[in-house]
Design a protein around this ligand. Structure first.
Ligand code: PBG
Length: 332
């Protein structure tokens, strides 16, 4: 679309920027509290409500803390929270069995939140890394990630989360075939209405560092995730991955990380027109929160500007650790 503009002075583009009222009327994209998904970290360690050093302002929460966070989300109007478990390194195994235990921390938190704050949607993480002694999202044998065996584990994990009452399953593992396997299993086991938000275009990114501190995976990870997460040099591949996951039964898709991949967000939304989300990941959070703590950027302004960028790029919503802060700012 190339606009036809009469020449200056008939066209003066500054006219629409003269007052706040005119700027508001001419604004193309808006950011609302309803666009936010709030990721939280949960832990079984009692009284562990302490700040994660690489994520200033973010703490791991106990089950009770998670219920309070859900209540806060409900009060603020944030539609969904997303759960990530911190697992004691001593409890991690090669087989990752705890991932699909109905009594694991995440499944207990899902039940507790659903019982007390049913109106807030609960999103989960479907990947083995919190439970894996190798720190990888998939099972490892002789240094190789086992795709198909992992898909079986992930399907069991997804079913356990759906049984517990999860509304949105978030497969973040990047194995091939997992969306189709989960969708078939959900249909077969009476969970036809559980939605899947696929981490379809997830890059092998250095921006996940603080998250791995938060979930206690930093020490565990052997090697890197480049055989399953995407090469940051690719964008056509993101289109193939999104097409594949939609064809297998994903309801919504995600691009991750967010701000360094806004071009990918834009392409995905333009190409498919499906509900598209970005994950403003831990490293993005840390850069903004850390710079703001040092007085180098204006915290509130940068938070809102960074989130608006996702809307402008075409995203329907954003997973962001700033969700409660941003919700307060948006509500003035
Ligand atoms: C792992 C997972 C990761 C994140 C969400 N799920 C890290 C990884 O792939 O190593 C990162 C989120 C963030 O950095 O905020 N399944």
């Amino acid at each position: 679309m190339t606009p036809i503009l009469p020449p200056f002075p008939h066209t003066r583009l500054r006219r629409l920027r003269r007052t706040q009222a005119l700027r508001d009327l001419a604004q193309e994209h808006r950011l609302a509290v309803k666009d936010l998904i709030w990721p939280i970290f949960v832990t079984d360690v009692p009284g562990a409500d302490v700040e994660i050093p690489s994520m200033p302002g973010v703490s791991r929460l106990t089950l009770e803390g998670a219920v309070r966070a859900a209540e806060e989300a409900a009060t603020l109007g944030i539609p969904a929270i997303c759960l990530f478990p911190y697992t004691d390194p001593a409890l991690k195994t090669e087989t990752c069995d705890a991932a699909w235990s109905p009594e694991n921390l995440v499944n207990r938190v899902i039940r507790a939140v659903k019982a007390r704050v049913p109106e807030v949607a609960i999103m989960t993480d479907v990947a083995l890394d919190p439970y894996n002694i190798n720190g990888h999202d998939g099972l490892v044998r002789d240094g190789i990630i086992l795709n198909d065996e992992t898909v079986t584990c992930l399907t069991n994990m997804a079913l356990a989360q759906a049984d517990a009452g999860a509304d949105i399953l978030g497969p973040s593992d990047m194995m091939d075939g997992r969306i189709g396997a989960m969708r078939s299993a959900l249909e077969a086991k009476g969970h036809a209405d559980v939605t899947i938000l696929s981490y379809a275009a997830k890059y092998a990114s250095a921006f996940y560092g603080p998250f791995r501190d938060a979930v206690g995976a930093s020490g565990a990870l052997k090697g890197d995730k480049k055989t399953y997460q995407m090469n940051p040099g690719n964008s056509d591949e993101a289109i193939r991955l999104v097409a594949r996951d939609l064809a297998e039964g994903a309801d919504m898709v995600m691009v991750k990380p967010g701000m360094p991949y806004l071009d990918v967000c834009h392409r995905v939304k333009e190409t498919f027109g499906v509900p598209t989300y970005a994950y403003q990941v831990s490293g993005e959070y840390a850069m903004i929160a850390g710079a703001a703590r040092n007085g180098w950027v204006n915290h509130d302004a940068v938070v809102l500007e960074s989130l608006m960028a996702f809307r402008r790029a075409g995203c329907d919503g954003v997973l962001t650790y700033f969700a409660p802060v941003a919700a307060r700012l948006l509500q003035g």
